[in-house]
Design a protein around this ligand. Structure first.
Ligand code: PLP
Ligand code: COI
Length: 354
């Protein structure tokens, strides 16, 4: 549905589709033939264009490079068996895009423009959408400051770009994770709730150190005491403890995940008791010791439902049950896949048709 937006289209003369190995799709490395670009200047969004994927010329003085006035989104398109293409809950990402924009002093992009841009690009790239289980088209909208100006003040011009990548599962095995008690992802009053580029830049050293220690992921903890779980890498974190689904409540240190919201909606629909609240490491450790912790996983667009196989805290490793035997996360994964690939009724209206 591109009727609300005038988008100029220039098709590539050199499609890479036929040379792409769809049996090997490392996350985020293979880009489709086209991308969408738009400009913000004089107080309005304009020049929406779909062009061949490639480099764009920019001044090295843009404040997105120097001061991090940049943020992004992540969502996915799925192809159903009958060839229909849907994007999962793009209105949620569109709303969050604007929450990030506000926090970084950047202009809003009306949600209809966000969705129309994605629809137009995904529609052009529908042959790139992989159909094997766990595969989809990852959609990466990004906005960044474009003024060539070194003063620390908001840019007056911005770029909006949407990239698309055919992807398989981000994680392929249960994760060995540690509670991070030294580094902090986000502090109160900061911008952890925004999908700001800087949040991810700051996570790379802690990830690198954790990987050197043999961990696949970090569970971030609160900045003040490092006693409460916040998020897991670039995903929200969820636990089933004593039969209840518990997850940290959203606040300014936590990204309000679309997958998180989706899992909570399914759980409530199934009559599972849900608690959104602070989750202490102590209760997770106690739950692992007493076998009351029956599930633990990350929930995110790239991560999908990523089971925690084992976690580490204060020098001790806690191994959890075999993820394939876990009732809750297996049911979520199956149900979500069935809805997204069009094999089950979309009772919540989550699939946005392209
Ligand atoms: N938390 C962080 C820090 C993330 O980067 C992501 C990924 O987008 C999530 C949570 C999960 O959010 P969503 O389910 O909307 O992808
Ligand atoms: C997503 O799940 O869309 C993310 O943003 C994760 C990404 C940083 C790889």
């Amino acid at each position: 549905m591109t009727d609300t937006l005038d988008i100029k289209i220039t098709k590539t003369q050199n499609s890479r589709l036929a040379q792409t190995d769809f049996s090997n799709l490392p996350f985020g490395r293979i880009f489709t033939d086209h991308m969408l670009v738009a400009d913000y200047a004089d107080g309005e969004w304009k020049n929406f264009e779909i062009v061949p994927y490639g480099e764009i010329g920019l001044s090295p003085a843009i404040s997105s490079l120097h001061y991090g006035q940049a943020f992004f989104e992540g969502l996915k398109a799925y192809k159903h068996a009958d060839g229909k293409v849907t994007v999962f809950r793009p209105e949620k990402n569109g709303a969050r895009f604007n929450k990030s924009a506000e926090r970084l002093c950047m202009p809003e992009l009306p949600v209809e423009m966000f969705i129309s841009s994605i629809d137009a690009l995904v529609d052009m790239e529908r042959d790139w959408i992989p159909t094997s289980p766990g595969h989809s088209l990852y959609i990466r909208p990004v906005m960044f400051a474009a003024d060539p100006f070194l003063g620390v003040s908001p840019s007056k011009t911005y770029k909006f770009v949407v990239l698309t990548c055919p992807v398989g599962p981000y994680f392929t095995k249960p994760l060995r994770v540690k509670f991070e008690t030294h580094y902090t992802r986000a502090a109160e009053g900061g911008f952890g709730y925004a999908k700001a580029a800087g949040n991810y830049g700051g996570s790379m050293l802690p990830f690198k150190k954790a990987a050197e220690e043999g961990f696949d992921q970090i569970i971030w903890t609160d900045a003040k005491e490092h006693l409460y779980a916040e998020e897991m890498g670039a995903a929200n974190v969820m636990f089933v403890l004593d039969g209840k689904l518990i997850t940290p409540s959203t606040r300014d240190t936590i990204l309000d995940g679309v997958t998180r919201d989706t899992v909570l909606a399914l759980a409530r629909h199934w009559g599972v008791e849900v608690e959104e609240r602070r989750v202490s490491i102590a209760e997770i450790v106690e739950g692992a010791k007493t076998s009351k912790l029956t599930d633990a996983f990350g929930a995110g667009t790239a991560a999908t439902i990523a089971p925690v196989g084992a976690f580490h805290y204060d020098g001790v490793d806690y191994t959890l049950s075999d993820p394939s035997t876990r009732e809750f996360s297996q049911k979520v994964l199956k149900t979500l896949d069935a809805i997204r690939y069009g094999n089950a009724e979309d009772a919540f209206g989550w699939n946005h048709p392209v």
